[in-house]
Design a protein around this ligand. Structure first.
Ligand SMILES: C[S@@+](CC[C@H](N)C(=O)[O-])C[C@H]1O[C@@H](n2cnc3c(N)ncnc32)[C@H](O)[C@@H]1O
Length: 328
């Protein structure tokens, strides 16, 4: 079987790419506007990453597959869901890249609300106009060997016919399964912001599996009035990870306890960058370029690697079957 090639636009540090590389696909180009993300890509995968905007770029190589993870902030329920967010239109770069690269299969990953956006409808019409058949998969990373609940929409544009989504795994893994593995002394990514002041006082009081509700009960003097005013709607904040469950979706802000259930199950700190990477299924030999927040962004932005691998496997099987049929 020949090596299949792919191009990754909005590649980030390459978590989506990693799934394709694991299935024997060769990346010919990865492009992202973040220089740290591209430095990580080039270090961990192949040295084909370029730092540039997808929009102005014309030197597009030929590839069997085009994968794309355009920014999702304008569509995400965790963001402002702003239909006027200028980043939303970046998804419409995909048809130009599909045409120039001559890809047989295009895979666009985003948050589920993307599928109801006007950008998605325009994207689908443009790709259909180029002869692609369009179908979508809604997949949850927890069903594919990731210790995380993370639903993502995959839009497939295919010139080789419709093919099936990957079959879910039978067993789920938990946060505890990956956090319990030893981290070697000296791993530069095993770091977290040292909590100080009121944050340190709060964290010390939060029991295993607890969250801000425990703080309101145990130490109301450490809780701002806004917590009482808005009730307990955002209950997951200042929460400790439950080691017996998968994590909720990990975000770029996972080293900020006020943003979710990101405190270590028993230690008085947030998850380290390495632990966050493990929750995304990133292999431990990966290193990321940049200061802690840009690194957390590369991790939190990515497609969980086991989910990426499952999607890549389905694409590879579909292309292989088509080639066998053509050869027969
Ligand atoms: C959702 S993340 C992609 C994550 C990636 N697919 C992964 O799995 O690691 C979106 C990426 O788009 C990049 N980006 C935003 N605007 C861009 C532009 N105009 N051109 C290229 N990349 C852009 C961001 O830097 C970010 O890395």
């Amino acid at each position: 079987m020949r090596n299949m090639t792919f191009c990754d636009i909005f590649s980030g540090a390459g978590l989506f790419s990693a799934g394709f590389v694991d299935h024997g696909f060769e990346p010919v180009l990865a492009i992202d506007i973040s220089k740290e993300a591209i430095a990580s890509y080039n270090r961990n995968l192949r040295d084909v990453g370029v730092t540039a905007s997808v929009s102005g770029f014309d030197d597009i190589p030929q590839a069997d597959v085009l994968i794309a993870g355009p920014p999702c902030q304008g569509f995400s329920t965790l963001g402002r869901q702003d239909p006027l967010d200028v980043r939303n239109d970046l998804a419409l770069e995909v048809p130009r890249w599909a045409k120039a690269s001559n890809a047989e299969v295009v895979v666009v990953e985003n948050v589920p609300p993307f599928l109801s956006s006007q950008q998605w409808r325009r994207l689908a019409v443009m790709l259909e106009g180029q002869g692609y058949e369009i179908f979508t998969w809604l997949l949850d990373a927890v069903d594919y060997g990731t210790p995380q609940l993370r639903r993502r929409a995959f839009t497939i544009a295919s010139k080789i016919g419709r093919f099936n989504a990957p079959a879910p795994h039978h067993e789920r893994i938990t946060a505890g399964d990956v956090l319990a593995r030893e981290i070697p002394v000296g791993d530069e990514l095993h770091r977290w912001p040292q909590p100080v002041g009121i944050a340190a006082q709060r964290i010390q009081l939060i029991p295993p599996r607890g969250d801000k509700r425990d703080l309101m009960r145990l130490a109301p003097e450490l809780c701002p009035p806004s917590w009482t005013r808005v009730g307990c709607q955002a209950t997951d904040v200042w929460g400790r990870v439950d080691p017996d469950q998968p994590l909720n979706t990990i975000r770029c802000t996972f080293q900020n306890p006020s943003k979710g259930r990101y405190l270590h199950p028993v230690e008085n700190r947030t998850l380290s960058l390495r632990e966050g990477a493990r929750i995304q299924g990133v292999p431990d030999h990966w290193m990321f370029a940049g200061r802690p927040y840009p690194v957390a962004r590369q991790i939190g932005n990515g497609v969980p690697v086991p989910l990426a691998r499952a999607v890549a496997g389905a694409v590879r099987d579909a292309i292989s079957k088509t080639e066998i049929k053509v050869a027969a």
